[in-house]
Design a protein around this ligand. Sequence first.
Ligand code: ADP
Ligand code: CDP
Length: 216
Amino acid sequence: KTIIIAIDGPAGSGKSSVARRVAEELGFAYLDSGAIYRAVSLYLSQKCISSDDVAKIEVELEKLTIQIDYQQRIFVNGADVTGEIRSPKVDEVVSFYSSLPVVRHRLLSIQRKLGDRQNLIAEGRDMGTVVFPNADLKIFLKANARTRAARRWKELAERGVEISYDDVYYQIIQRDELDSKRKLSPLLPAEDAIILDTSDLTLEEVVEAVKNLIKE
Ligand code: ADP
Ligand code: CDP
């Protein structure tokens, strides 16, 4: 049987950096489920398909192929969209598309398949609640919204993306709200998740804490 670690939490709580580090150190595979939601949202928004147009989205999803390579590059219908999915434009629309049951159902099997044959650290919003309900360990990272926005703003600034702190903060609050209030697979800790507040912890401290939980 493979070992599955589920890490969930809101934007900027530290999921991807922590999951990536721990996966590397323990030799586990890593699933960034948000990247898949982002890739689908980028694709649909570029085709100018509104998140209200469920019929059209269903047709588009039938034709869509998504691949992730060993370097965590992500491809939609063969095109590399790794950089593009991290733009503020995608941040703005992703929660609307990812609230749709058609989208979530289509992406479920892609995610589950990754845990079949390898030890996996999966990170997102519903890893512990929906995608891997039998995960060996479930962790829910949280941090206050100002801290999360400051982290994300710094990250965007380092990548040369010009955006104000206020816009990042507003955007994070809005995404939290949409992700928490949607009907299907809302953002919330699994009943058996361990909740870790990372507001006053360094990345190193969170990585250590998660590694210790895995060892237990
Ligand atoms: P998430 O995947 O939950 O959205 P990320 O892992 O992408 O969060 O983290 C967002 C940013 O905050 C990254 O630039 C990351 O390096 C930084 N970061 C993550 N955890 C911490 C922490 N505990 N302390 C300070 N910065 C952090
Ligand atoms: O890195 P950040 O936390 O900002 O976002 P992400 O993990 O890349 O996720 C982007 C968006 O995808 C979230 O705001 C959710 O709307 C959606 N998502 C989801 O619905 N379910 C998941 N398992 C992962 C992401």
